[in-house]
Design a protein around this ligand. Sequence first.
Ligand code: ZN
Length: 417
Amino acid sequence: MVSRAAITNVRVQADRLWSSMMRLAEIGATARGGVCRLALTDLDRVARDQFLSWVRELGCEISIDTIGNIVARRPGADPARLPVMTGSHLDTQPTGGKFDGVYGVMAGLEVMRTLNDKGIRTAAPLELVVWTNEEGTRFSPIMMGSGVFTGQLSLDDMLKKQDRDGVSVQSALAAIGYDGKRNPGHPVGAYFEAHIEQGPILENEGISIGVVTGAMGQRWYDIEVIGLESHAGTTPMDSRRDALLAASRLTVRVNEIALEKGGNTRSTVGYMDVHPNSRNSIPGRVHLTVEFRGPEENMLAAMEQELNQACDRYSEPGKLDFSIRRVADIKPQPFFPPLVDVVRNAAQELSYTHMEILSGAGHDAVYMAKAGPAAMIFVPCKDGLSHNELEDAKKEDLEAGTNVLLRSMLCAAEMLE
Ligand SMILES: [Zn+2]
């Protein structure tokens, strides 16, 4: 049935992949070479329309669901098989680049184009998906389309979410004509997503393919430090209750927590709001955020313990008060080991340099992994830079990732003669 020799010979066309990506980069292009194409705006519509015209040319069956996810289906020989799906997102950050999200969609398109060129049939149908609002910039939360598709987010709740101008997701979908009829969510046999790494590891190691074993867990905290505002000139140093000083000590400590723990953990203080924020007043109150990321739940729990101890230490009983609230607890999400093996084998058989890597960022694949078998393929990006207009990637790395995607999909969908 499956001819290994035939699989071995199939390759995507790097120039065609590149030119499709550059065509999409024109839609919402910024002066600094980036892309601004926020979810469900008119520019998002133009990109979606372009995508539809491409998949129509391939003869795909197209369906759009009620949260606006687009699925283009290439039929398989065996209608009883579950589809093998790939895809990503076409929306960007306000100062986004040409590669984040778009690469995964265009890689899937290039896979389908290649199969059509060669007249290759698969046993399982193949599906190429464009997820709605992955970035979460205009409408919160992030990964909305895949969250609804997998039943992790409520459709009704998401349709009511509003942007800053009070426009709801539902009316934005209708305004661009992507308020589809299909109910979101159907069983998927295997889901693969190709993506730029958005970090520096692959580039630093000089490696083309990241075999992604899972996504890090995250714990987010809101912390309020309460001291006492008082006069900066008349309050002696030893009788101050300076909330900013304590918050600063905590910030240093939070950074140390991941440095000491190692093992791919991360810790960040990214936001601080100082009250009253006046040159001549000792800060009486600070609101700051802490986020921890790590590959294992027990690491995150240990980090949380360290955070609590640090807050105790800096509170100097009677002088300062710390209130800690955990506002998000996202479990680490391993990808499906047999599918991770499929990706690794594909990279191996194609003789690409490859290594295991963890995703520190959220992706639609993380929701898909909660609902069924899923895996991801990372390729390097220049200087590890993403969510930035200067985001860049090499054509040959994009090609390598797409060949790995092609081979992985053929393996999962079972290629026929
Ligand atoms: Zn992305």
